[in-house]
Design a protein around this ligand. Structure first.
Ligand code: 6A9
Length: 778
């Protein structure tokens, strides 16, 4: 015991957990709640995968052979290069049902997931997967057959037993069995009416994150030796991975059933037949109907929108919920400067942690991102409050003793395998907008407006009571480390003031990466967006404290911070530019910068050339004149009084076509900005310098709606702009979805075309809230 205390004391602060009871230890997250969320489609980076919410799980997944130009390819991990014409969850309830459609060339696969708990089931219940394969009948012979691979892998290395006579699946449906301490004995069965051929491979390896390679190697060696496209039917002793190849003629349908607690007298036969065939069809249909009913009762689109839009709305919530993952591992943290930490590596390991979270994009960013998550939860809490609290609780439990939460969560080998090395380390000096306050604010307001049942309200309150010290620490982290020079000023610390290659040094912490700021980062900077995030945070802290402590509020006086930051005159003195009527950052700045090629010579010899920044004028302390999303933060935070002429100015900036307005949504940066659509370096294309992003459009739209409901001279103007912006956003996302099969990371401001990562079902899914006119409260 003494040794562990000594070890604790030696732990560098940055990797020391915040010393308070964990939120996830609250009773409301135990028992039935926890069990009900045990199994799920929590592996968003694969096309179809199942695991349990436990660090070392039994995991399951699907691969298939895609055919293109007469060649076979393994499909497994979501990747753009597979060129699927569409894929995603058309419905998913986040708990026990989901339906996904994937189109790979000629072939359409549908994967359905159903979970079911019976008295005899083990912990977490049983589940079934239905895989249906159709094709459009292109005539090539190789496209008439399909090869599916369904696998099970034990992360903790337990051996898996092979079922009976696998090669005769019609007589024997048992594929595999095993036993785990969490769920007891379990069995996996294959049920199908189709004429199937089944082969298998049992392997032992600790590295389960490159299963695609394993299968590929196995297939290739068989192909070379026997000219057969089938797994070798070999079982290595104590295999912890079992892969089943299921081949057949298209159209084909097969059910795979997993039962836990499969000891004697547990009615295994009966439970299996309940989860297969006609009975499964009936249950899936019932769940589908329930999903549709819940969708309508949550979002009420039937009278508002056409079926094309509603279809996209369902895909938005389906993918948001179907994309939820469970991760376990340790973040790698860069060693803080000015610390005397000694380490053999160039990083420190965060404590081992679990994270249950939605993800921005299954193929590109299948992991947790802090500020994305706040936006995700705006959708999720409206669908399932308990899932939402569980996710926010996991995030807040990641806070360290200094009140810092790592921005990007890369936990475990599977998550790590998706991230290029230079992006892995997290820097403890960097923040990210505290968007979780957006959700908490909605919840607090929801209680005040009686949106929740009594038991939901009391769960939210006990959640907030437990979370409070963590929220305080988080607030304090921002309120100390990100302070600016003047009272009420803040800036995103960590911008690079030595770089010579960037046109404008990036501000990754802000989430708006290359959005232009002061040309020369200094301590004199004032970042408008951060100031407004701090107002949101202070105001939210204040209302949380009021709600949960009634009298005798402990802790800080958040009301005074909130009053200071919402003071209109101070805001205007620090950030308002009378000439343009816009709000700006402040800092050491010149507009006269450009990138130009520089030839590097050694003596008289030309070595190479590089693009470097030239500064043609001495920077000065002043407002930084870029109109764009940052300029609209005071509008988004509703600091501007509804009768102020400044409000009209903001409405003008928004609706002006030569500034921010397009037919597809609002540009991130004004067409008139000197940085509009400029590259930041030779390799960095413009990102937040023009394209349309849904999260900011959602916030702006929320405020337009707000001002259209408040009394004041600009009410009608706000309403007209609101209606049109909403129509534009919906129309464009829906059109892109139907044309391309996907939701996109951003939309091009010239033609409205989806850009960046496709299958970006994170904050782009906010389009559903826009359809439903469900906005965030301030
Ligand atoms: C790169 C490369 C396969 C960038 O949605 C997540 C974040 C946002 O939080 C942020 O505001 N995206 C936005 O500007 C994408 C983040 C990519 C960073 C890691 C790894 C992986 O390539």
């Amino acid at each position: 015991h003494l040794i562990s205390i000594a070890e604790e004391a030696r732990r560098p602060r940055v990797v020391t957990p915040f010393p308070a009871p964990r939120i996830m230890d609250l009773p409301q997250f135990q028992g039935e709640h926890k069990e009900s969320l045990y199994w799920g489609t929590y592996r968003p980076h694969v096309y179809f995968g199942i695991r349990a919410r436990t660090p070392l799980s039994l995991v399951a997944g699907l691969m298939w052979l895609g055919v293109k130009d007469g060649r076979y390819f393994i499909r497994h991990i979501c990747q753009d290069s597979d060129d699927l014409s569409t894929y995603g969850w058309t419905s998913h309830n986040g708990r026990d049902f989901g339906h996904q459609v994937l189109v790979d060339q000629d072939m359409t696969l549908a994967t359905s997931f159903l979970k079911y708990k019976e008295d005899d089931s083990g912990y977490g219940g049983d589940w079934a997967v239905r895989i249906n394969v159709q094709n459009q009948g292109w005539n090539e012979e190789m496209q008439k057959n399909v090869h599916l691979f369904f696998y099970l892998a034990e992360e903790d290395g337990n051996a898996l037993s092979l079922g009976g006579d696998i090669l005769d699946i019609h007589e024997n449906s048992l594929l595999a069995s095993g036993s785990r301490t969490d769920i007891g004995e379990w069995q996996l069965h294959l049920k199908s009416k189709a004429d199937l051929e089944v082969h298998y491979s049992g392997l032992r390896t600790p590295h389960i994150h490159n299963l695609s390679d394993l299968v590929q190697e196995n297939l290739a060696s068989q192909l070379i030796r026997f000219n057969r496209l089938q797994l070798p039917d070999i079982y290595q002793s104590s295999s912890n991975i079992l892969v089943f190849q299921i081949s057949g003629r298209i159209p084909l349908e097969t059910d795979i059933v997993f039962v836990s607690g499969a000891g004697e007298n547990s009615r295994v036969e009966e439970r299996i037949s309940n989860l297969a065939g006609v009975s499964l069809t009936n249950q899936l249909n019932k769940k589908q109907r329930e999903f549709d009913v819940k969708f309508e009762s949550c979002f009420q689109l039937a009278d508002k929108l056409d079926s094309n839009s509603i279809h996209v709305g369902k895909a938005a919530i389906g993918n948001m919920l179907g994309g939820i993952g469970y991760f376990y591992g340790q973040s790698k943290i860069s060693i803080p400067k000015n610390s005397n930490v000694k380490s053999h590596d160039d990083f420190l390991l965060y404590w081992p942690a679990e994270l249950y979270t939605a993800v921005p994009s299954r193929p590109f960013f299948p992991r947790g991102f802090l500020w994305d998550e706040g936006f995700h939860q705006l959708l999720i809490w409206r669908w399932d409050l308990h899932i939402s609290l569980d996710i926010v609780g996991h995030w807040l439990d990641l806070i360290n003793i200094d009140g810092w939460i790592p921005r990007e969560q890369i936990l475990g080998a599977e998550a790590l395998s998706k991230v290029p090395a230079e992006f892995v380390l997290q820097h403890s000096s960097n923040g990210n907008p505290p968007t979780l306050f957006l959700v908490l604010r909605d919840l607090v307001n929801g209680i005040k407006k009686n949106k929740f049942t009594a038991s939901e309200s009391s769960e939210i309150i006990s959640f907030l009571q437990q979370a409070f010290v963590r929220l305080e620490a988080w607030f304090q982290w921002f309120n100390t480390t990100q302070l600016g020079k003047d009272v009420g000023s803040y800036y995103w610390h960590g911008r690079d003031n030595l770089t010579i290659r960037e046109l404008n040094p990036k501000t990754l912490s802000s989430g708006l990466d290359d959005y232009p700021r002061a040309s020369h980062p200094t301590e004199d900077e004032r970042h408008l967006d951060l100031r407004c995030w701090m107002l949101l945070a202070a105001d939210c802290m204040n209302s949380v404290a009021e709600l949960i402590w009634k009298e005798n509020k402990p802790g800080k006086d958040y009301a005074s911070t909130s009053n200071l930051l919402s003071d209109f005159d101070t805001l205007n003195q620090m950030h308002f530019d009378h000439a343009s009527g816009a709000y700006f950052d402040f800092g050491n700045h010149t507009e006269k910068v450009r990138l130009s090629w520089k030839e590097n010579m050694i003596g008289n010899n030309y070595v190479n050339r590089e693009l470097v920044r030239e500064v043609l004028e001495r920077p000065e302390l002043k407002l930084v004149p870029h109109v764009g999303y940052v300029s609209l933060f005071p509008f988004m935070t509703r600091i501007i009084p509804s009768e102020s002429w400044i409000l009209e100015k903001q409405l003008d900036l928004i609706s002006n076509r030569s500034i921010l307005w397009t037919n597809y949504g609002l540009r991130s940066l004004a067409k008139t900005s000197s940085m509009y659509m400029k590259r930041n370096t030779e390799h960095d294309a413009p990102y937040w310098r023009g394209p349309i992003w849904m999260n900011m459009n959602y916030m702006i739209l929320s405020s337009l709606r707000h001002y259209s409901l408040e009394n004041g001279p600009y009410r009608d103007k706000a309403r007209a702009i609101y209606e049109e912006l909403r129509d534009n956003l919906i129309r464009n996302v829906v059109k892109n979805y139907h044309q391309t099969g996907f939701l996109w990371e951003q939309y091009d401001q010239k033609q409205g075309k989806g850009k960046g990562a496709r299958v970006f079902t994170g904050w782009t899914s906010l389009v559903l809230l826009i359809m439903a006119e469900a906005y965030n409260e301030m």
